[in-house]
Unconditional design. Structure first.
Length: 154
């Protein structure tokens, strides 16, 4: 049994708008049709409608796609607690795929432990039938005083 989600106080009162704007700039999320459905301090949900072009050879949603939405759910959960002047990068993650992903998916990302520079997060991914498809644990690194916008130098 997992402990109840800790309630966090964001450093930026406008965290939700900042996270939504950042998510909107992710071309990879647009490519697969993922949506940021829920954002609270330390918790987000990313939804993905089923599409045939996101499947592997047996017709299940590809593991790489599952990892993409879990990574974003975790990252935005952590980003929701960071200062407005920061950005972040994923340092590492481990994902366990527990069952074939059939149909639309929902990835719920939560902060397990926020840190000054490194934060540890987790995600659970479920399909439209309520099947627990995957679990992820991730570490993200905050980039202080680094805008969450494209690097103009390329």
């Amino acid at each position: 049994m997992s402990p109840p989600t800790a309630r966090f106080i964001p450093k930026d009162p406008d965290f939700a708008a900042r996270c939504r704007a950042s998510f909107g700039r992710q071309a990879a999320m647009r490519l697969i049709g993922a949506r940021l459905e829920r954002i609270e301090p330390g918790l987000t949900e990313v939804a993905l409608a089923f599409r045939d072009d996101l499947t592997q050879q047996k017709g299940f949603v590809h593991g790489g796609i599952i990892g993409m939405i879990a990574d974003s759910a975790c990252g935005y959960a952590a980003y929701s607690l960071m200062p407005a002047t920061s950005s972040l990068v994923t340092v590492e993650y481990k994902i366990n795929i527990l069952a074939p992903a059939r149909g639309s998916l929902l990835a719920r990302g939560e902060v397990m432990r926020p840190g000054r520079t490194l934060s540890v997060t987790r995600a659970e991914v479920y399909d439209q039938h309520g099947v627990h498809v995957a679990s992820m644990q991730q570490t993200v690194m905050m980039l202080a005083d680094t805008p969450d916008t494209p690097d103009p130098s390329g």
